[in-house]
Design a protein. Sequence first.
Length: 463
Amino acid sequence: MNEMTQPQPASAEPTSNPARGSLDRIFRLTERDTSVGREVMAGATTFAAMAYIIAVNPAIMSNAGMDRADLVSATALAAIFGSAMMGLWANLPLAVAPAMGSNVIFTYVIVKQMGMPWQGALAMVAFTGVLFLILSLSKLRERVARDVPEALKIGIQAAVGTLIVFIALRGAGFVVQNPSTYIAMGSLRSPSVLLTLFGLLLTPVLVVRRVPAALILSIAVLTLIGLFVPGANGKMVTSVPSAIMSWPRWPTSTFMALDFGYLFSHFIVALPLLFYFLCAEFFSTLGTLIGVTGAANLRRPDGSIPNATAAFATDATASIVGPLLGTSVVTAYIESITGVQAGGRTGLTSLTVAAFFCFALFFWPVFVIIPPQATAPALVLVGVLMMQGLARIDMTDLVNAVPIVLTLLVTVLTNNLINGMALGTLSHIALEVTMGRRSQIPAMVWGLGVVFVAYAIVIAQIF
C-alpha cells in the first residue's frame, strides 16, 4: 500500500523521453497514477491468470469437429485483437479472449445436440456480434440491463456453470454412463480417473492459496504427469508433443468458414440461442466492467464507467472477428482484476496481455497435446465461479428461487441449456402473473416467453 502513496523515483521517468511522453499522452499514465513498468507487470499478471484459455478453448471446441491446432491459433489471435483494441480504444485494463461458457454451448448444444454444422454455428455467433454492436452503440443497452430480471440472469449463468462442470468431468472420464443410475463416477482403478481426482483436489488448493497462475499451473502439472499415466486406449494420457516451439500457424481450416446460408434457413431454431449469446455477452461484459473499474477506482463520481461505450463496442467487434478466425464469442475477462490488483490502470495493461498472447502462438504444439484430464479441474473451478451469483438471490422467495432452480436443474439433467432457459422463463412469467404482478413483467420477458413457446412447437415437429 505504501508503494501507491509514497513518491516513486523509479516510475518518474524523464518526460524528455519521447517514447515515455507518447505513452503518457496515449494512455494517461500520470493522470491515473501509474507507470510503464507497473502496467507491463499488471499485463503479465493478467495473462498468467487467463492463459488457461489457450488450452481449454481448443480442447472444448475441437469436439465440434474443428482442427485443434487451428483453434489454438484462432483463440490466441482473437485474444490479441480484442485485448489490443480494448487497450487502444477504451484505455481500460481489461483483457479480452474467447468466452468460457459460450464455447461449451457452441460445441455441446448447438453442434452436438442440435446438429448444426460448426460453420453455421460460427455464422450465428458472428450475427450475434453484429446485434451486440448495434446494442452497444444505442440507448437499448441501458434498457436491456434494466429489464431482464436478476433471477433469470443469475439462473442462466449458474446453469451454464453447472453444465461446464458436468461436461468437463464427463470428458475426463470421471463421470460415466451407468445403466441403473444413468450416470456414475468412473472406476477408481483407472489411472486416468485417479489423475483427474488428483487435479480436482490440487486445483482449488492452488486457487485458494492464491498461487500465481493457479489454473494454467495445474493444467501444466497434470499434463506432465499424464506423460506417465496410461489411458483407456493403452496409450499414455498425454501424448509427447512433436516440438516445444514452432512457427505460428494460420487457422486455415476455420478462417472465414462461416455458413450464413445454414443460419438463415434454420433461423427459428437458432433464435433462442441468439438470445442466449446476446444476453450472455452483454451481462458478462457489464459485470466485468463494473468489477474491474471498481477495483481500479476508475469509476466517475456518479458511478458511471469511463469509455463504457468503447468497451462494449470492443467486445462486440471482437465477437465478430472471433468467428471469422474460427472461435466462439469473445468477451472481457474477470481475471483482469488480478492485473488491477498488481497496479494496472490503463489500456497499456491490455496491450501487454496481447503481446503475451503473441508469444504464446509459438508454443502451439504443446497446447494441442493437453488432455481432458488436465483441463477438467480448471473447468470445474470456472463453473464454480459462474455460480457465485446465487449468493445475491434470496432463495427463500419462491418467485426468485423456482425459476433459478428449474433453469439450473433442467439444463443439467436434460443436458440442454435451451430447455432450462425456457422452463425458467415461463415459470417466472407464471409466478409473477399468479402474484398479480402482470404489469411488472417487462415486454422483453413476454417476448422471450413467446420465443420459447414457438421454439418448443418447432422442435416438437422436427423431433
